[in-house]
Design a protein around this ligand. Structure first.
Ligand code: SIN
Length: 327
Protein backbone atom coordinates (compact mmCIF):
# COMPACT_ATOMS: atom_id res chain seq x y z
CA UNK A 1 0.00 0.00 0.00
CA UNK A 2 2.52 2.55 -1.12
CA UNK A 3 1.36 6.07 -1.81
CA UNK A 4 3.47 8.49 -3.78
CA UNK A 5 3.14 11.99 -2.34
CA UNK A 6 5.46 13.99 -4.57
CA UNK A 7 8.13 13.18 -7.12
CA UNK A 8 11.13 15.48 -6.83
CA UNK A 9 14.62 14.06 -6.50
CA UNK A 10 15.99 12.16 -3.48
CA UNK A 11 13.51 9.87 -1.82
CA UNK A 12 12.53 9.64 1.82
CA UNK A 13 10.22 6.78 2.72
CA UNK A 14 7.85 7.50 5.62
CA UNK A 15 6.56 4.34 7.32
CA UNK A 16 3.53 4.61 9.61
CA UNK A 17 3.07 2.34 12.64
CA UNK A 18 0.38 4.22 14.65
CA UNK A 19 0.79 5.95 18.01
CA UNK A 20 -0.52 9.23 19.39
CA UNK A 21 0.90 10.99 16.36
CA UNK A 22 -1.84 9.15 14.46
CA UNK A 23 -4.35 9.49 17.31
CA UNK A 24 -7.79 11.03 17.18
CA UNK A 25 -9.92 12.46 20.03
CA UNK A 26 -13.57 13.49 20.00
CA UNK A 27 -12.65 17.09 20.77
CA UNK A 28 -9.70 19.22 19.70
CA UNK A 29 -9.17 20.32 23.32
CA UNK A 30 -8.59 16.74 24.48
CA UNK A 31 -4.90 15.82 24.55
CA UNK A 32 -5.26 12.60 26.57
CA UNK A 33 -8.64 10.97 25.87
CA UNK A 34 -7.85 9.92 22.31
CA UNK A 35 -7.49 6.62 20.51
CA UNK A 36 -3.97 6.07 19.17
CA UNK A 37 -3.30 4.74 15.69
CA UNK A 38 -6.30 6.10 13.76
CA UNK A 39 -4.92 8.43 11.09
CA UNK A 40 -3.08 7.00 8.08
CA UNK A 41 0.50 8.03 7.44
CA UNK A 42 -0.37 9.56 4.04
CA UNK A 43 -2.83 11.86 5.83
CA UNK A 44 -0.14 12.77 8.39
CA UNK A 45 2.09 13.88 5.54
CA UNK A 46 -0.54 16.03 3.87
CA UNK A 47 0.38 19.65 4.40
CA UNK A 48 3.96 18.86 5.45
CA UNK A 49 6.11 20.25 2.69
CA UNK A 50 9.12 18.18 1.67
CA UNK A 51 12.47 20.00 1.69
CA UNK A 52 13.53 21.18 -1.77
CA UNK A 53 14.60 18.31 -4.00
CA UNK A 54 13.22 15.62 -1.68
CA UNK A 55 10.57 13.17 -2.77
CA UNK A 56 8.32 11.68 -0.09
CA UNK A 57 6.62 8.30 -0.15
CA UNK A 58 4.28 6.98 2.53
CA UNK A 59 3.57 3.41 3.52
CA UNK A 60 1.52 2.01 6.38
CA UNK A 61 3.37 -0.86 8.05
CA UNK A 62 1.10 -1.11 11.12
CA UNK A 63 -1.53 0.93 12.95
CA UNK A 64 -1.16 0.26 16.69
CA UNK A 65 -0.91 1.92 20.07
CA UNK A 66 2.76 1.24 20.72
CA UNK A 67 2.04 -0.24 24.15
CA UNK A 68 0.84 -3.22 22.06
CA UNK A 69 3.98 -3.41 19.93
CA UNK A 70 4.86 -6.92 18.82
CA UNK A 71 7.97 -8.61 17.48
CA UNK A 72 6.18 -9.36 14.19
CA UNK A 73 5.82 -5.59 13.58
CA UNK A 74 9.49 -5.02 14.38
CA UNK A 75 10.38 -7.68 11.86
CA UNK A 76 8.12 -6.21 9.15
CA UNK A 77 9.53 -2.74 9.86
CA UNK A 78 13.15 -3.91 9.78
CA UNK A 79 12.58 -5.76 6.52
CA UNK A 80 10.97 -2.76 4.86
CA UNK A 81 13.72 -0.43 6.10
CA UNK A 82 16.48 -2.77 4.88
CA UNK A 83 14.83 -3.11 1.48
CA UNK A 84 14.34 0.65 1.08
CA UNK A 85 17.80 1.60 2.33
CA UNK A 86 19.39 -0.75 -0.19
CA UNK A 87 17.91 1.35 -3.01
CA UNK A 88 20.43 3.95 -4.22
CA UNK A 89 17.69 6.58 -4.69
CA UNK A 90 16.56 6.38 -1.06
CA UNK A 91 18.22 8.93 1.22
CA UNK A 92 16.65 7.65 4.42
CA UNK A 93 13.57 6.35 6.18
CA UNK A 94 11.25 8.04 8.68
CA UNK A 95 9.09 5.89 10.98
CA UNK A 96 6.08 7.41 12.74
CA UNK A 97 5.56 5.60 16.06
CA UNK A 98 3.93 5.86 19.47
CA UNK A 99 6.12 7.28 22.22
CA UNK A 100 5.54 4.51 24.75
CA UNK A 101 7.80 1.81 23.30
CA UNK A 102 9.64 4.03 20.83
CA UNK A 103 13.02 3.43 22.45
CA UNK A 104 12.57 -0.36 22.18
CA UNK A 105 11.74 -0.26 18.47
CA UNK A 106 14.57 2.20 17.82
CA UNK A 107 17.05 -0.01 19.65
CA UNK A 108 15.85 -3.15 17.83
CA UNK A 109 16.26 -1.44 14.45
CA UNK A 110 19.66 -0.09 15.49
CA UNK A 111 20.78 -3.63 16.33
CA UNK A 112 19.65 -5.28 13.11
CA UNK A 113 20.13 -2.63 10.39
CA UNK A 114 23.52 -1.76 8.87
CA UNK A 115 23.26 1.93 9.85
CA UNK A 116 24.99 3.52 6.87
CA UNK A 117 21.89 5.60 6.06
CA UNK A 118 19.50 7.34 8.47
CA UNK A 119 16.40 5.71 9.92
CA UNK A 120 14.56 8.33 11.94
CA UNK A 121 11.77 7.44 14.35
CA UNK A 122 9.38 10.18 15.32
CA UNK A 123 6.27 10.58 17.39
CA UNK A 124 3.95 13.03 19.13
CA UNK A 125 2.65 13.61 22.62
CA UNK A 126 -0.59 15.15 21.35
CA UNK A 127 -3.00 13.45 18.95
CA UNK A 128 -3.37 14.53 15.34
CA UNK A 129 -6.80 15.98 16.23
CA UNK A 130 -5.36 18.37 18.88
CA UNK A 131 -5.74 22.13 18.70
CA UNK A 132 -1.98 22.39 18.52
CA UNK A 133 -0.51 18.98 17.60
CA UNK A 134 3.23 18.44 17.89
CA UNK A 135 3.34 15.65 15.30
CA UNK A 136 3.60 17.73 12.12
CA UNK A 137 6.71 19.61 13.27
CA UNK A 138 8.33 16.39 14.49
CA UNK A 139 7.66 14.74 11.12
CA UNK A 140 9.02 17.73 9.29
CA UNK A 141 12.18 17.71 11.42
CA UNK A 142 12.57 13.96 10.89
CA UNK A 143 12.37 14.34 7.13
CA UNK A 144 15.15 16.95 7.33
CA UNK A 145 17.32 14.43 9.21
CA UNK A 146 16.45 11.52 6.90
CA UNK A 147 17.28 13.64 3.84
CA UNK A 148 20.56 14.91 5.28
CA UNK A 149 23.58 13.44 3.45
CA UNK A 150 25.56 13.40 6.73
CA UNK A 151 23.06 11.61 8.97
CA UNK A 152 23.28 7.87 9.58
CA UNK A 153 22.13 5.18 11.98
CA UNK A 154 18.88 4.88 13.87
CA UNK A 155 17.79 8.03 15.64
CA UNK A 156 14.73 9.48 17.36
CA UNK A 157 13.54 12.99 16.62
CA UNK A 158 11.22 14.70 19.09
CA UNK A 159 10.75 18.36 20.04
CA UNK A 160 13.66 19.54 17.91
CA UNK A 161 16.23 17.14 19.35
CA UNK A 162 17.87 14.17 17.59
CA UNK A 163 18.65 11.29 19.95
CA UNK A 164 20.62 8.12 19.29
CA UNK A 165 18.70 4.84 19.55
CA UNK A 166 21.16 3.58 22.15
CA UNK A 167 20.82 6.52 24.56
CA UNK A 168 17.23 7.67 24.10
CA UNK A 169 14.59 7.09 26.75
CA UNK A 170 11.08 8.40 27.29
CA UNK A 171 11.35 10.48 30.45
CA UNK A 172 8.07 12.35 30.70
CA UNK A 173 4.43 11.31 30.66
CA UNK A 174 2.98 14.52 29.25
CA UNK A 175 5.55 17.13 28.18
CA UNK A 176 6.06 17.55 24.43
CA UNK A 177 9.82 17.24 25.00
CA UNK A 178 9.32 13.73 26.38
CA UNK A 179 12.67 12.14 25.47
CA UNK A 180 16.21 12.49 26.78
CA UNK A 181 19.58 10.91 26.13
CA UNK A 182 20.89 10.97 29.70
CA UNK A 183 24.55 11.86 30.21
CA UNK A 184 25.28 11.55 26.47
CA UNK A 185 22.84 14.28 25.41
CA UNK A 186 21.24 14.62 21.96
CA UNK A 187 23.22 13.99 18.78
CA UNK A 188 21.88 17.12 17.11
CA UNK A 189 19.11 19.70 17.02
CA UNK A 190 16.84 20.56 14.11
CA UNK A 191 16.32 24.30 13.75
CA UNK A 192 14.19 25.56 10.84
CA UNK A 193 15.11 22.47 8.83
CA UNK A 194 18.85 22.87 9.51
CA UNK A 195 20.82 20.35 11.58
CA UNK A 196 23.07 21.62 14.36
CA UNK A 197 25.24 18.71 15.35
CA UNK A 198 26.25 18.23 18.99
CA UNK A 199 28.23 14.99 18.68
CA UNK A 200 29.16 12.50 15.94
CA UNK A 201 26.51 10.34 14.27
CA UNK A 202 26.48 6.75 15.52
CA UNK A 203 28.98 4.40 13.88
CA UNK A 204 27.46 2.25 11.18
CA UNK A 205 26.52 -1.09 12.77
CA UNK A 206 27.17 -4.53 11.44
CA UNK A 207 23.57 -5.66 11.12
CA UNK A 208 24.84 -9.07 12.19
CA UNK A 209 21.46 -10.55 12.90
CA UNK A 210 20.29 -12.36 9.80
CA UNK A 211 16.72 -11.17 10.28
CA UNK A 212 15.97 -11.17 6.55
CA UNK A 213 16.05 -14.96 6.70
CA UNK A 214 13.80 -15.24 9.77
CA UNK A 215 10.24 -16.46 9.07
CA UNK A 216 7.59 -13.72 9.24
CA UNK A 217 5.78 -15.48 12.09
CA UNK A 218 8.94 -16.19 14.12
CA UNK A 219 8.34 -16.47 17.84
CA UNK A 220 11.34 -14.81 19.51
CA UNK A 221 12.87 -16.40 22.62
CA UNK A 222 10.95 -15.45 25.73
CA UNK A 223 12.85 -12.93 27.79
CA UNK A 224 11.19 -11.44 30.87
CA UNK A 225 12.06 -8.38 32.93
CA UNK A 226 11.77 -8.57 36.72
CA UNK A 227 12.39 -5.75 39.17
CA UNK A 228 14.54 -5.94 42.26
CA UNK A 229 12.88 -3.79 44.92
CA UNK A 230 12.40 -3.46 48.63
CA UNK A 231 10.78 -6.64 49.96
CA UNK A 232 11.43 -8.54 46.69
CA UNK A 233 11.04 -12.33 46.60
CA UNK A 234 12.24 -14.97 44.16
CA UNK A 235 8.81 -16.58 43.73
CA UNK A 236 8.14 -15.15 40.25
CA UNK A 237 11.50 -16.43 39.02
CA UNK A 238 10.75 -19.85 40.50
CA UNK A 239 7.31 -19.87 38.84
CA UNK A 240 8.95 -19.15 35.47
CA UNK A 241 11.47 -21.94 36.08
CA UNK A 242 8.72 -24.40 37.01
CA UNK A 243 6.88 -23.55 33.79
CA UNK A 244 10.10 -24.10 31.82
CA UNK A 245 10.77 -27.41 33.57
CA UNK A 246 7.26 -28.62 32.70
CA UNK A 247 8.19 -28.01 29.05
CA UNK A 248 5.39 -25.52 28.36
CA UNK A 249 5.80 -23.91 24.91
CA UNK A 250 7.42 -20.50 25.05
CA UNK A 251 9.23 -21.22 28.29
CA UNK A 252 11.62 -18.63 29.69
CA UNK A 253 15.01 -18.43 27.93
CA UNK A 254 16.31 -15.16 29.26
CA UNK A 255 15.78 -12.94 32.27
CA UNK A 256 16.63 -9.26 32.68
CA UNK A 257 16.83 -8.18 36.29
CA UNK A 258 16.07 -4.49 36.68
CA UNK A 259 18.65 -3.93 39.38
CA UNK A 260 19.06 -1.16 41.93
CA UNK A 261 21.83 1.44 41.59
CA UNK A 262 25.09 0.01 40.29
CA UNK A 263 23.49 -3.34 39.47
CA UNK A 264 22.71 -4.60 42.97
CA UNK A 265 19.94 -7.14 43.68
CA UNK A 266 17.84 -8.01 46.71
CA UNK A 267 19.43 -11.16 48.18
CA UNK A 268 16.22 -13.15 47.56
CA UNK A 269 16.34 -12.21 43.85
CA UNK A 270 20.05 -12.99 43.74
CA UNK A 271 19.43 -16.50 45.09
CA UNK A 272 16.55 -17.15 42.66
CA UNK A 273 18.66 -15.78 39.78
CA UNK A 274 21.38 -18.32 40.63
CA UNK A 275 18.74 -21.07 40.40
CA UNK A 276 17.69 -19.69 37.00
CA UNK A 277 21.30 -19.68 35.77
CA UNK A 278 21.76 -23.26 36.98
CA UNK A 279 18.64 -24.23 35.01
CA UNK A 280 20.16 -22.78 31.81
CA UNK A 281 18.36 -19.43 31.69
CA UNK A 282 20.55 -16.54 30.54
CA UNK A 283 20.33 -13.84 33.23
CA UNK A 284 21.60 -10.26 32.97
CA UNK A 285 21.36 -7.18 35.16
CA UNK A 286 20.31 -3.74 33.89
CA UNK A 287 20.11 -0.74 36.16
CA UNK A 288 16.77 0.82 37.16
CA UNK A 289 18.52 4.21 37.29
CA UNK A 290 17.53 6.43 34.36
CA UNK A 291 21.11 7.65 34.00
CA UNK A 292 24.57 6.13 34.29
CA UNK A 293 25.77 2.60 33.61
CA UNK A 294 26.60 -0.44 35.71
CA UNK A 295 30.30 -0.45 36.55
CA UNK A 296 31.21 -4.14 36.75
CA UNK A 297 33.20 -5.59 39.64
CA UNK A 298 35.51 -8.62 39.42
CA UNK A 299 33.64 -11.83 40.19
CA UNK A 300 30.12 -10.50 39.54
CA UNK A 301 28.09 -13.72 39.19
CA UNK A 302 25.53 -12.16 36.84
CA UNK A 303 26.69 -10.20 33.77
CA UNK A 304 25.47 -6.64 33.33
CA UNK A 305 23.97 -4.71 30.43
CA UNK A 306 26.21 -1.66 30.88
CA UNK A 307 24.25 1.50 30.13
CA UNK A 308 21.27 -0.23 28.55
CA UNK A 309 18.01 0.22 30.41
CA UNK A 310 15.99 -2.93 31.20
CA UNK A 311 13.75 -2.76 28.09
CA UNK A 312 16.71 -2.34 25.75
CA UNK A 313 18.67 -5.02 27.63
CA UNK A 314 15.71 -7.32 26.94
CA UNK A 315 15.97 -6.63 23.19
CA UNK A 316 19.73 -7.21 23.26
CA UNK A 317 19.35 -10.49 25.15
CA UNK A 318 16.57 -11.68 22.86
CA UNK A 319 18.78 -11.03 19.82
CA UNK A 320 21.75 -12.67 21.50
CA UNK A 321 19.68 -15.79 22.17
CA UNK A 322 18.49 -15.78 18.57
CA UNK A 323 22.07 -15.49 17.35
CA UNK A 324 22.98 -18.38 19.60
CA UNK A 325 20.14 -20.54 18.29
CA UNK A 326 20.97 -19.67 14.67
CA UNK A 327 24.60 -20.80 15.14
C1 SIN B 1 1.61 5.06 21.87
O1 SIN B 1 2.72 4.88 22.36
O2 SIN B 1 1.24 4.51 20.82
C2 SIN B 1 0.62 5.94 22.56
C3 SIN B 1 1.24 7.00 23.34
C4 SIN B 1 2.04 7.98 22.52
O3 SIN B 1 2.30 7.82 21.35
O4 SIN B 1 2.42 9.01 23.14
Amino acid sequence: MSEQITARGRRVLVLGTGGTIAGRAASSGDNIGYVAGQVGVAELLAGIGAPAGVELEAEQVAQVDSKDMEFSIWLALARRCAQALAEPGVAGVVVTHGTDTLEETAFFLQQVLPGDKPVVLTCAMRPASALSPDGPQNVRDSIAVAASPDARGVTVVCAGAVHSAVDVQKVHTYRLDAFASGDAGPLAFVEEGELRQARPWPQAGTGVHAFLQWPHDLDPPRVEILFSHAGARGTLIDALLAERTQGAPGGIRGLVLAATGNGTLHHEIERAAARAQAAGVRVIRATRCPQGRILPKPGDPIPDAGALNPVKARVALMLELMGASAA
